[in-house]
Design a protein around this ligand. Structure first.
Ligand SMILES: *Cc1c(COP(=O)(O)O)cnc(C)c1O
Length: 397
């Protein structure tokens, strides 16, 4: 057989920026192959199931359910698709309020906003950088007095740090408000000895290329209640009613995961515990090497949490350090080292200029001073030393 590069010349000249690893550039969180992906893909192709269905997909969903200790899982085309399905299951309709922490990725609320919901953004707890449960409790009391409770609360994990689902869930349960956990970035993390997101009514995950485990894209939705996932599965496959012809009581989506992606995900998933250990070791190396420098501190980890440290995040106090976060980011970029500011809070985004915010100063301060450093689990100590020595040198200047 002719090599693939003969039929597709693009394969012969891979774009550097798209390759898994290039010698000089150091990326934030590039995909890390385990080695069995190709074999799993071959098995998947040979099985003939080239569809969003089949035994491989079912096996991947089973493995996810086991890892998350949540009995029912649906693999989806993306994490955002899983969140969209979740909002639909929770009955979000135009005019509803949907509450979320202001410090998260836009996808935590974007599908709800597209459904006509109005977001309300709450500040995060400085001890975890995730949704402040006490602020949430007070706001829910105030909303109940106004007679306007949210349709749902979204709690989002942050850079591998789990949110405190026990406290957030208790605040929601007081008023019967359902909780959705956007755990897209925290697979492998634990809160109160349970997987991130565990205890929420619905939990969304992502297998995008930059996550701790990737399928080359994709996501998942998990729930304790079997009915919820059965409903999600129907909605994800165009809401077809059981009939020989196509019968629809409602309209759905084409949101199921491809079985080919599930094969890649299945190859990757067993390495999750090792990947968490590797990311935590990277974080510790940064902290040991840089944490004592004036003006530098690192993302905290509360006693009830075991972060996956998906990304290592550092705070820079410009007065004590002598340079600000943006100067450091640019100096790293000049050496081919990718870093990125902490999420710009959603209440500061022009897209949500009309959305009410409850507090927000904690999140705004983290955005101003926070920098995410290269954290890929394939990064070796020598590569990490490039980042560390450059940051040390910038401090001495
Ligand atoms: C990655 C991520 C998403 C989106 O997942 P996709 O699979 O890229 O759609 C949503 N929320 C958070 C917090 C994420 O980190």
């Amino acid at each position: 057989m002719a090599p693939l590069s003969a039929a597709f010349p693009a394969f012969a000249r891979p774009n550097r920026s798209l390759r898994v690893a290039s010698p000089e550039a150091l990326h934030l969180s590039p995909p890390h192959l385990v080695g069995s992906e190709l074999e799993m893909l071959r098995l998947s192709l040979e099985s003939g199931w080239l569809a969003p269905a089949g035994p491989g997909l079912t096996a991947f969903e089973g493995a996810l359910a086991e890892v998350m200790q949540i009995p029912h899982a649906l693999a989806t085309a993306s994490g955002t698709a899983a969140l969209h399905l979740a909002f639909r299951l929770l009955g979000v309709v135009p005019g509803d309020e949907v509450w979320a922490p202001t410090l998260t990725f836009v996808a935590s609320v974007a599908p709800a906003v597209q459904m006509g919901a109005r977001p309300r953004f709450l500040d995060v707890d400085p001890a975890s950088w995730t949704l402040d449960p006490w602020l949430l409790r007070d706001e829910l009391h105030a909303a109940a007095r106004r007679g306007r409770l949210p349709r749902c609360v979204v709690s989002a994990d942050l850079y591998g740090q789990p949110a405190d689902i026990a406290a957030i869930g208790a605040a929601c349960a007081e008023w019967g408000v359902p909780l959705l956990s956007d755990s897209a970035c925290a697979l492998g993390a634990e809160q109160h000895g349970l997987p991130a997101g565990h205890g929420a009514r619905l939990v969304a995950l992502s297998f995008n290329g930059n996550k701790i485990i990737t399928a080359g894209g994709g996501g998942a939705l998990l729930a304790e209640e079997p009915g919820l996932i059965a409903q999600a599965r129907a909605l994800a496959t165009q809401a077809k009613e059981p009939a020989p012809h196509y019968q629809h009581e409602t309209t759905g989506f084409n949101y199921a995961m491809s079985s080919l992606l599930a094969a890649v995900g299945q190859a990757q998933l067993p390495s999750l515990p090792a990947r968490v250990v590797a990311r935590r070791a990277i974080f510790e190396r940064y902290r040991e090497a840089l944490g004592h420098l004036p003006g530098i501190s690192f993302m905290p980890e509360p006693g009830w949490a075991r972060s996956s440290r998906w990304l290592s995040v550092m705070l820079v106090d410009p007065r004590a350090f002598g340079a600000d976060r943006e100067q450091l980011r640019r100096a790293l970029a000049e050496q081919g080292i990718e870093s990125r500011p902490v999420w710009k809070p959603l209440h500061l985004q022009p897209a949500f200029r009309d959305a009410p915010a409850v507090g927000g100063a904690v999140a705004a301060g983290l955005f101003e001073r926070g920098l995410c450093l290269p954290s890929g689990s394939a990064m070796g100590p020598a590569e990490q030393a490039r980042v560390i020595s450059l940051l040390r040198w910038l401090h001495r200047r």
